[in-house]
Ligand binder design. Structure first.
Ligand SMILES: C[S@@+](CC[C@H](N)C(=O)[O-])C[C@H]1O[C@@H](n2cnc3c(N)ncnc32)[C@H](O)[C@@H]1O
Length: 167
């Protein structure tokens, strides 16, 4: 992610705020959002104990209308988007609230570890490589929202691996 000092970062779906706090400790100006009041309560408790200047808001990542266009230099979202049924809308919002040439960093659970009913894992026939699912997710959804892919993680999981971890 490089040097985040002074960068305005939105940490979406922050949970207990592990990543928000790490970024703030590195000098970023962090706004952290989550849908869960309980998670935000835990996050605010940590902030009260050791203040890092993080602003917390209870918001859905698919409605960031409180933030004007181009508010943030960077948007992060770790281990959450795979559980957001309206993730295309969330990605659209991330793109909108990020300044031009800003960056989105996110992680999702690989579909080979997905629970039954996980939509990405059901998009393809069993003979297909799961790499395709991730790739299409990036291609179809991120690019449609305006993102340019700079770096894609390495996904070499094959269907046989998926089958060896049935859920
Ligand atoms: C697995 S936790 C990850 C938390 C944190 N990002 C981390 O890596 O530790 C997923 C979080 O996403 C939040 N979440 C799920 N759907 C959301 C939504 N639509 N908008 C905002 N937060 C959401 C949950 O409340 C939960 O705190």
């Amino acid at each position: 992610m490089g040097d985040v000092r002074g960068k305005k970062i939105l940490d979406a779906c922050c949970g207990e705020s592990v990543s928000s706090r790490q970024l703030a400790q590195k000098g970023a100006l962090v706004t952290a959002i989550d849908l869960s009041s309980q998670m935000l309560e835990l996050a605010r408790k940590k902030e009260a104990q050791t203040p890092l200047g993080i602003t917390y808001k209870k918001l859905s990542c698919s409605d960031l209308s409180v933030f004007p266009n181009g508010t943030f230099d960077v948007v992060t979202s770790f281990m959450a988007l795979m559980n957001c049924p309206d993730y295309p809308v969330a990605l659209k919002e991330f793109f909108r609230v990020m300044r031009a040439q800003g960056n989105l960093f996110f992680s999702v659970l690989h579909p080979c570890f997905a629970i039954r009913g996980f939509p990405w894992a059901e998009l393809h026939t069993p003979s297909e490589n799961l790499t395709l699912i991730i790739k299409e997710y990036f291609n179809n959804t991120l690019i449609e929202q305006g993102f340019v892919l700079k770096k894609r993680p390495n996904h070499n999981h094959q269907m046989k691996r998926y089958k060896s971890f049935p859920t």
